[in-house]
Design a protein around this ligand. Structure first.
Ligand SMILES: *Cc1c(COP(=O)(O)O)cnc(C)c1O
Length: 396
């Protein structure tokens, strides 16, 4: 593989390791362990294992390693550690580097499970977390202290699609030596340049766009070789968050078509958002690719103007209207994944963000009428017609 290859080429050929059969498609090494020729070899491998030497699938596996190297090449990261899910990646990135007494600054607009880790788990182990409005640089500036160890945010938040300025937050964090950890799911590996823009650690739920076909859970932590091998690997290999080789193979094959899928989905999302903007049934439409989006200038700079694959619709009439909308749609399915080939609609207030208090939801803009629509690979015209019909039904 050449470093000068573009993302599209790396997504197809990056990280490949072929067995003695020289198979074209990546092999699935569905094995938990590996045989040593001699006792001496086993001893040596436990002291230090080379790149083609494996011990136990909780530590590493050839198929998993192919996935790690392919996504690292794509993202422009030195190394990667694959995890059983996106949450194992978020938890692994944070807990592997933090200890009691540390201070973290986090954006408050977070996916429910991310919020649980930052709000409930870290505190139990003596880590202090300060929450800020991630779009307000003054709040980051005020919250980051000389002893801040890490900052954490979703570069595009779930489900209100706030976009956070990676470069500006990274400058503030790096001034005190803090590690910048970015949950980059909504920005996607296709549009993101997070590492180039200053992120030290990038986390993905591979369950989303990387698989992109709703089959398997997975996640990945990307960063420097020192962070991945020195901090993350020892934590994850002993705590058991490893990705299964079979799921790693699904993710590897997912990466090959990811750019085609995500570009097509984002194009449809843009068309849909433009078609629905100003619709009388909508109190708000949130899509980072719209000129009317609060951070659209940042989207131009940070993501090349790409707004991603999710559109959030705030339907007039609250929960009742939102439910009527969901029950009237015929193309998208009601579920809670995103980045899938199938369009998926979610009512965050009663599902993914149900755990939050009414006050928290209100503060985050998760209103009773809010629908998160993950745009799939269906025909844009079919989707726009269907959403228009469902919006009409929601107001009856
Ligand atoms: C889905 C998601 C996760 C969690 O990923 P899983 O694979 O479901 O564990 C974390 N962060 C964001 C922003 C997500 O959308």
């Amino acid at each position: 593989m050449s470093d000068s290859w573009s993302k599209r080429t790396k997504a197809v050929h990056g990280g490949i390791r072929r067995s003695q059969y020289k198979e074209v498609s990546e092999a699935i090494f569905l094995t938990q362990g590996f045989v040593y020729d001699t006792a001496e070899q086993a001893e040596a491998r436990f002291i230090e294992s080379g790149p083609d030497e494996f011990i136990y699938a909780r530590y590493g596996n050839p198929t998993v390693s192919m996935f790690e190297q392919r996504i690292a090449a794509l993202e422009g990261a030195e190394d990667a550690f694959a995890t059983a899910s996106g949450m194992a990646a978020v938890n692994g990135a944070l807990t592997s580097m933090l200890k009691a007494g540390d201070h973290v600054v986090s954006a408050k607009a977070l996916f429910g499970s991310c919020l649980y880790i930052l709000e409930n788990i870290l505190g139990r182990f003596g880590v202090e977390v300060t929450f800020v409005d991630g779009t307000d640089l003054e709040q980051w500036k005020a919250a980051i202290r000389p002893d801040t160890k890490a900052v954490f945010f979703e570069s595009m938040s779930n489900p209100t699609l706030e976009v956070i300025d990676i470069q500006a937050v990274a400058e503030l964090a790096h001034a005190v030596g803090a590690t910048v950890i970015v949950d980059n799911v909504f920005s996607t590996p296709v549009f993101s340049k997070a590492i180039e823009q200053g992120a030290d650690v990038v986390v993905y739920s591979a369950t989303k766009h990387i698989d992109g076909q709703g089959r398997a859970l997975g996640g990945v932590i990307l960063g420097s070789k020192e962070f991945i091998r020195g901090t993350v690997e020892p934590y994850l290999k002993h705590t058991g968050g490893a990705l299964s080789p079979f799921n790693a193979w699904i993710m590897l094959k997912g990466l090959e078509t990811m750019a085609l899928r995500v570009n097509a989905q984002a194009e449809t999302a843009q068309r849909l958002a433009e078609a629905l903007e100003g619709h009388p049934a909508l109190a708000r439409i949130l899509y980072p690719g719209l000129r009317s989006h609060a951070q659209n200038a940042l989207v131009q700079r940070q993501l090349g103007g790409k707004g991603g694959t999710v559109v959030s619709l705030d339907i007039k009439g609250g929960k009742e209207a939102a439910f009527a909308f969901l029950n009237a749609m015929t193309v998208p399915v009601i579920s809670n994944n995103l980045g899938d080939a199938k369009s998926i609609a979610t009512h965050p207030a009663t599902t993914t963000h149900q755990r939050l208090s009414d006050a928290q939801r209100e503060e985050l803009g998760i209103t009773p009428g809010l629908i998160r629509l993950s745009v799939g690979l269906e025909d844009a015209g079919d989707l726009i017609n269907d959403i228009n019909n469902a919006l009409e039904a929601s107001q009856k």
